[in-house]
Ligand binder design. Structure first.
Ligand SMILES: [Cu+2]
Length: 183
């Protein structure tokens, strides 16, 4: 029984960790700009980018844009053939894979002035494997039981424990929302 409880706690923690994927606004309050000589390298170094996180570029679309580029283009500030080009002034990128995600502003001179950023998503060295969502964490397969007779009750017990815990967590969120509305 103790093992099952531990497994449930682990699954709950994993579920909440995953649902708390972060949102990173490039340059924080300054946004995506050449004003103030923002050090985007320094900005990126303070962040812990993970798969599932969201990156937001906020800027005045009259003066800037966002181009995703290759490493070579990033190094030389070459904006002639970007992989993708965004220009809404409020561009959102969802991180779906590990590695370097390189962006620059394609307006002449801006990249050279420092308007470029390397979003490096490092694989976490941890026993906790990232799971895409709370639902799939719950549905993830149970390690094979020694006999088929032990397998089925294990799943039932685990599901029965997780559901009330999730319901409890969701209802506390809901009541928080209600109390915010009432006040
Ligand atoms: Cu620019």
């Amino acid at each position: 029984m103790a093992f099952i409880e531990k497994a449930v706690v682990f699954l709950m923690m994993t579920a909440f960790q995953v649902s708390n994927s972060a949102v990173h606004k490039v340059g924080d309050s300054a946004g995506w700009t050449i004003i103030g000589n923002i050090d985007y390298k320094k900005w990126a170094a303070t962040k812990n980018f993970q798969v599932g996180d969201t990156i937001i570029f906020e800027y005045n679309a009259k003066f800037h844009n966002v181009m995703r580029v290759t490493h070579g283009m990033y190094k030389s500030c070459n904006a002639s053939s970007p992989l993708t080009r965004m220009s809404t002034g409020n561009d959102t990128i969802k991180i779906t894979n590990y590695g370097h995600h390189l962006f620059l502003c394609g307006v002449p001179g801006h990249c050279q002035a420092g308007q470029k950023v390397d979003i490096n998503v490092v694989k976490k060295v941890s026993a906790e494997a990232p799971t895409p969502s709370p639902i799939s964490a719950m549905a993830s397969p149970v390690p094979p039981a020694p006999s088929p007779n032990n397998g089925a009750p294990f799943i039932v017990v685990k599901g029965a424990l997780i559901m009330p815990l999730l319901a409890l967590a969701l209802s506390s969120y809901a009541s928080l929302g209600i109390s915010l509305l009432v006040n």
